[in-house]
Design a protein around this ligand. Structure first.
Ligand code: B3K
Ligand code: ZN
Length: 867
């Protein structure tokens, strides 16, 4: 059946952009919050936009009851309401429009606009949620000065917050009170925010480089205030870093962060009132893992950095989303690299890009970093816009060098502060500051798909030269064929056969489809280290032998390429086992032993060693297969893991013991590296799932004084059928059941198991009293953890895995369309799987498609997958 045609989804095109017919210089909002309804009164000053040709004012409005409209204080009815829009024609050049409407945050399950999370009113307006609050030109190129007054019951909602500075507060009759806020900086309505609740405040002060004091407040539920120290410290570090690295100072007197439990994404950068998912604020030793601590630091920074890259300089339209997101991700990645270990940060970022963005680029949902059309912009908050977008900024940083890049960003802020601009405007600043022609580079923004580069080398002893031949190609993606060659910066260094670096890193700028680069003064056959630091988001294939890779793994000066060389050898080894279960892997297993011995006998970077001792994931291995068979990959991976354990059991046990906790818990790169190493070793030691493994994992759990170690123990036990599994999981639940974020982990850790009872276990968890399909964190804890992190069972030949996700998507479609559409992701690459799996995945997608009341969010992704 076709989708409900009464609201047939419409495609929006970048080429159709026109300036807004009216500017809205000031917006005064008054909210009357009640338990059964909210009244919104909006008084907006409009002026004809000299840059616009159209004169019809189009206001967006959705899910609200219009109560009254006044033009310059007089009742007005000369408007048309159609398709979630109010159309007003024949208007004067300047006027004030006052609109009152009634909305229902208490029953808003989409978590867009104004909604309630565990008794707290909060907002999420990006991208198009403001239209669920009042009728307005809900587009990012309309910038207004906002004044906001909030009225609510004083006992239930003692805290009433909005953007900017608090200008007034007072009591009202009937136990009510109000606050009034003024934000002096013009902003698009997607940055509007409101919070009303019974929250406690953690306070600190930051002194900016020019000596101004900024109040920093984090608001959380009572009882959670002890879990905010890390977020507060991260905020202060971010503020300092942005001053030092980008010359950006915070300009308001107050910066608020509010944590809520029901949130579609991670966080939102509303001007001076960031709203966060609790998952990205709360962190303490007992309940948060090291990776949670790292994420909190990164996301606090990310949202803070948006103050300049997103808020002060914003997007002209949503096709420019990566203007703020790609740039802000690059900024947060560099911040994290400065705060922690640069090599580890790069490895983890690239690993994420490969696991999550490369598959997107290879799927029917592939899109450019600057897409040219969409149905639902919410579907475009993707790894491509964010992570590939960040890689594009990184390449510009590499091409210009840090000093010129900084000049270019200074120019960008100076030119565009207070404006809504485009990606082209940003790239033009890069061109103007450097004098470089950036036109070829700009293709990266327009062409979807991951480029491939093939490299082969030729050494000529007579001329003492080495020639690197490179070939680039771009895959076809939906709607795009015959793509142009890109400007690809390749960081390359040369090592000699003793592993000494003879030629330090240089950036080769590849511009042609096929190109050669010659290195002079090469006195012996070199081993090239290509794509150091992953200098471009490409798939590289080389003619390096396993011996060459082993040399790089042991000797390269580039931390990323050292790791990469080891991963390539591991991938080749697993591929050999997939092709032949009896393949000889003794060399690989022996080399693994060398790494372990190094870990035992030398000063090594433990975080890097932990990553070197981890095999590529099933998802990454699958990308190298013509036809993906997750069960076959898993089996081969298991063969290799078990061979490693058998060969190096004693050395591993020694490495495990050597890295036991020293008693004091710290969140330093060294302490996290030690835990990562010990937990990676635990995983290897328990891969056979026998009685000894279960006992070791249980002991690990019992000795743990922090969540990282507890999670590692549970993860090692997930697949076990020994009695310790239940004991440990039960203890964990009893101990932490009052912590929602830990209960999320408890759900996730059970559904990553491959053991036979998985589907029964899953059904029990789905029925568990703590499961709540309206809470996005819980949905992700159960369904995303399963479908993304358990490829073996998700792709179970019975089709049960697909059915679970299919049914959840159908249920979520009417509750929370954004979350429903997000859950389609694991199906998107269905054509890459074995024929039997393809048939089942296609059928699941078709069943979703046949749903008569499909939201435009789900319609867009499912119809594109099936096309
Ligand atoms: N800008 C927000 C994302 C909003 C998502 C809207 N569906 C968070 C961030 O990227 O910082
Ligand atoms: Zn962002």
């Amino acid at each position: 059946m076709p989708p409900d045609t009464s609201s047939s989804p419409q495609t929006i095109y970048l080429k159709d952009y026109t300036p807004a017919p009216y500017l809205a210089s000031s917006v005064a909002l008054r909210f009357e919050l009640f338990e059964d309804k909210t009244l919104v009164h909006a008084e907006v000053r409009y002026e004809k936009n000299p840059a616009a040709k159209n004169s019809e004012l189009v206001l967006h409005g959705q899910d609200q009851t219009l109560l009254s409209v006044q033009l310059n204080g007089e009742k007005y009815s000369d408007y048309r309401l159609e398709d979630n829009r109010m159309l007003l024609a024949d208007l004067p050049a300047q006027f004030t429009l006052t609109i009152s409407s009634e909305i229902h945050p208490e029953s808003n399950t989409a978590l867009e606009g104004l909604y309630k999370s565990q008794g707290t009113f909060c907002t999420q307006c990006e991208a198009e949620g403001f239209r669920r609050i009042t009728y307005f030109q809900d587009r990012p190129d309309v910038l207004s000065i906002f004044s906001v007054r909030i009225e609510a019951d004083k006992a239930l909602y003692p805290v009433l917050l909005s953007n900017g500075n608090l200008v007034e507060r007072g009591d009202l009759p009937a136990g009510r009170h109000f606050t009034a806020w003024h934000d002096p900086f013009p902003k698009p309505c997607y940055l509007f925010a409101l919070v009303a609740g019974d929250l406690v405040r953690v306070a600190d002060i930051f002194t900016t480089r020019s000596g101004r004091k900024v109040d920093l407040h984090i608001y959380v539920r009572s009882g959670d205030e002890g879990q905010c120290d890390h977020a507060m410290a991260s905020l202060k570090k971010s503020m300092r870093w942005d001053e030092e690295r980008y010359g950006r100072e915070y300009e308001l007197d107050l910066f608020n962060i509010v944590a809520v439990s029901d949130f579609n994404m991670g966080a939102m950068e509303n001007t001076s009132l960031n709203i966060f998912n609790t998952k990205l604020v709360l962190a303490q030793q007992e309940t948060a893992t090291d990776s949670d601590f790292i994420s909190v630091e990164a996301v606090i920074a990310h949202e803070y950095f948006h103050n300049w890259t997103g808020n002060r300089v914003t997007c002209r339209d949503w096709f420019q989303l990566s203007l703020k997101e790609g740039l802000t991700v690059f900024r947060d990645q560099e911040f994290s690299a400065d705060m922690n270990s640069r090599a580890v940060q790069r490895i983890d970022d690239v690993d994420q890009l490969r696991r999550l963005q490369f598959p997107e680029d290879a799927s029917p949902l592939a899109h450019a970093v600057q897409p040219d059309n969409f149905i639902e912009i919410s579907n475009f908050y993707t790894m491509t816009i964010y992570e590939k977008g960040s890689e594009l900024i990184r390449m510009q940083h590499t091409l210009l060098g840090p000093d010129t890049y900084r000049k270019a960003t200074d120019l960008y802020f100076q030119r565009f502060d207070g404006h809504a601009v485009t990606i082209d405007d940003f790239v033009q600043c890069m061109a103007d500051a450097s004098g470089r022609d950036m036109r070829q580079f700009h293709r990266w923004y327009k062409q979807a798909g991951t480029p491939s580069v093939q490299a082969s080398g030729r050494y000529d002893a007579n001329t003492a030269s080495y020639t690197l031949s490179l070939k680039q190609s771009q895959p076809d993606t939906p709607g795009q064929t015959n793509k142009q060659p890109l400007l690809i910066p390749l960081a390359v260094g040369l090592l000699n056969e003793q592993g000494e670096e003879t030629h330090a890193t240089q950036i080769l700028e590849m511009t042609e489809r096929e190109q050669e680069f010659r290195f002079e003064g090469v006195n012996a056959r070199p081993v090239p280290s290509i794509l150091r630091g992953f200098s471009a988001p490409i798939k590289l294939s080389t003619d390096l032998s396993d011996d060459d890779l082993r040399l790089l793994q042991l000797k390269d000066t580039d931390g990323f390429n050292k790791w990469e060389a080891g991963q390539t050898i591991a991938l080749r080894t697993i591929q050999r086992v997939i092709a032949d279960a009896e393949a000889d892997i003794s060399q690989f297993v022996a080399d693994f032993g060398t790494l372990i011995t190094q870990g035992l006998n030398q000063e090594v970077d433990k975080a890097l060693l932990a990553r070197a001792l981890s095999l590529p994931s099933i998802s990454v291995i699958g990308q190298a297969q013509a036809v993906v068979d997750p069960a076959a990959i898993d089996q081969a991976r298991d063969v290799v893991l078990k061979a490693i354990k058998r060969a190096h059991k004693d050395a591993l046990a020694e490495l495990y013991a050597q890295n036991a906790s020293q008693g004091v818990f710290e969140i330093t790169p060294q302490a996290m590296g030690r835990r990562a190493l010990r937990n990676t070793v635990l995983e290897l030691l328990t891969v056979t799932n026998g009685t000894g493994c279960a006992a070791r994992a249980q002991a690990h759990y019992q000795q743990a004084d922090n969540m990282t170690d507890r999670v590692a123990a549970l993860s090692s036990l997930a697949d076990s059928t020994q009695p310790q599994r239940e004991q440990v999981f039960d203890d964990f639940y009893q101990r932490f059941q009052q912590y929602q974020l830990v209960v999320d982990k408890w759900f996730s850790l059970q559904v990553i198991a491959k053991r036979d009872s998985l589907f029964t276990d899953f059904a029990a968890l789905r029925q568990h009293a703590e499961f709540n399909i309206r809470n996005p964190n819980r949905v992700r804890a159960l369904y995303s953890a399963f479908a993304v992190n358990n490829p073996v069972k998700f792709h179970d030949p019975s089709g049960q895995g697909y059915a679970l996700l299919r049914d959840a998507i159908i249920e979520l479609n009417s509750i929370n369309p954004q979350i429903a559409a997000r859950q389609v992701t694991p199906f998107r690459e269905w054509r890459r799987y074995t024929p039997a799996l393809q048939t089942q995945m296609q059928a699941a997608l078709q069943t979703i498609m046949d749903n008569p009341k499909l939201s435009s969010d789900v319609f867009e992704v499912v119809s594109k997958c099936l096309k």
